[in-house]
Design a binder for this molecule. Structure first.
Ligand SMILES: *Cc1c(COP(=O)(O)O)cnc(C)c1O
Length: 399
């Protein structure tokens, strides 16, 4: 019997009951704007920032409109100006080069390795080309952060981390987002917590964070934050920094707080699912699993493998066979980017130069979403289907 998978790869879990209740309370009182507080009331947005800062061991946190906004704000706070160059990953998604373009800067792309992390040797060659690195922990794969930080510190390059896929993950015991000067997170529906849209920015640097708070549109109300730097940090910044509104509202913050309290438990559930897929696909001829280093504690909200050096025709054959059995796989090698996939050479505004090493990897990367609405048996079935279809095409190629 041919198994067909009938689950949805895009269906997230419902908002937890606690979040719905907190959201209803905000709707009932109507004070959705973060600075619209009654007497001594503390806004949900301010509580969210206080709690997330504590959770990440950060001094400061700012809640904002999106992950993309958090990255652009971090770039601005770090002094990136129009015409500057910013180092970033060639293998990432469109909001990352988009954040760089939004401040009038130009990305300098760094190659990806077969482990799907930033190629640190290529980075070493390019470190003298920019003073900021916007590092994307794409699909949750974390490079050797100890080596990366040592290199960037020595070169005087400021690191901003894009943790859209690593909220709750760690490298060598340190939370992702806490190695660089600023860490950016997304709370958009497909990430690790879901408020539809939203972003969080963390830092220990009072000057950078004072700038970020002013940029987000705090007028002179920054004193109402609970995870912002002290008033002295705002003394000059408050009159020098443009307002580029991108605040988070209390409704989203209310939905997020209980989800963040539950982040570790959700991470374990994701990783249980990942393990089932990884085990189910182990030792499949022609298929390369992505090694996970000992220093990396990941949150596996997605799954990748490589069909390295396969022909385009064979890969499209695998994808269509899996799709016919209900398994939706995304390919980063298609000439025209589809749905949420995107490729550096399609970001024409950035005038990308050819990157042969990255092209080879992108041609082979297969990507799958792993929503928590899948149970372990779903994951086992998905692995059986992929394994069978990869084997069928592999054998046909060999024949
Ligand atoms: C989703 C995402 C972001 C942030 O996205 P927003 O939709 O702006 O919240 C940043 N980087 C990567 C790699 C992403 O996938």
């Amino acid at each position: 019997m041919t198994e067909i998978f009938t689950g949805s790869f895009t269906q997230q879990e419902p908002i937890p009951a606690e979040g719905i209740e907190a959201a209803m309370a905000v709707l009932h009182h109507g004070r959705l704007h973060r600075y619209n507080t009654d007497g001594n009331e503390v806004a949900e947005a301010a509580l969210l920032e206080e709690e997330f800062a504590a959770q990440m061991g950060a001094k400061y946190c700012l809640a904002c409109a999106s992950g993309g906004y958090a990255m652009a704000t971090a770039l601005r706070a770090c002094g990136v100006k129009p015409g500057d160059r910013v180092l970033s990953n060639a293998f990432t998604l469109a909001p990352v080069p988009g954040a760089i373009a939004s401040v009038g800067a130009t990305p300098v792309f760094v190659e990806v390795t077969a482990d799907l992390t930033l190629d640190l040797d290529d980075l070493a060659d390019k470190l003298d080309q920019a003073r900021v690195l916007l590092l994307s922990h794409m699909r949750g794969h974390i490079c050797d952060m100890d080596r990366l930080m040592a290199m960037c510190n020595a070169a005087g390059v400021t690191v901003i981390e894009d943790c859209a896929h690593t909220m709750g993950a760690k490298w060598n015991g340190t939370w992702s987002g806490r190695h660089g000067a600023m860490g950016c997170y997304s709370t958009q529906t497909y990430k690790h917590v879901n408020s539809g849209e939203g972003g969080l920015l963390v830092s220990d640097d009072p000057d950078l964070m004072a700038r970020a708070v002013m940029l987000s549109g705090s007028y002179m109300l920054y004193g109402r934050h609970r995870a912002a730097p002290p008033p002295e940090a705002f003394a000059d910044v408050r009159l020098e920094t443009p307002n580029i509104s991108g605040r988070m509202d209390n409704l989203r913050a209310a939905i997020l707080r209980p989800q963040l309290h539950n982040l570790d438990a959700q991470a374990r559930r994701w990783n249980d699912r990942y393990k089932v897929l990884e085990d189910g696909l182990a030792d499949t001829a022609g298929l390369t699993l992505i090694p996970r280093p000992d220093h990396e504690s990941y949150v596996a909200s997605s799954f990748q493998f490589l069909l390295l050096d396969w022909s385009d025709a064979a890969i499209t054959d695998v994808l269509s066979r899996c799709a016919a059995r209900g398994v939706e796989l995304k390919w980063f090698g298609a000439d025209d980017p589809q749905a949420f996939t995107s490729k550096y050479d399609s970001w024409r505004y950035a005038n990308p130069q050819p990157m042969p090493r990255t092209d080879r990897i992108l041609k082979g990367v297969i990507d799958m979403r792993l929503p928590l609405t899948f149970n372990l048996e779903d994951c086992a079935m998905i692995a059986r289907i992929i394994r069978a279809e990869v084997a069928a095409v592999w054998q046909a190629q060999a024949a």
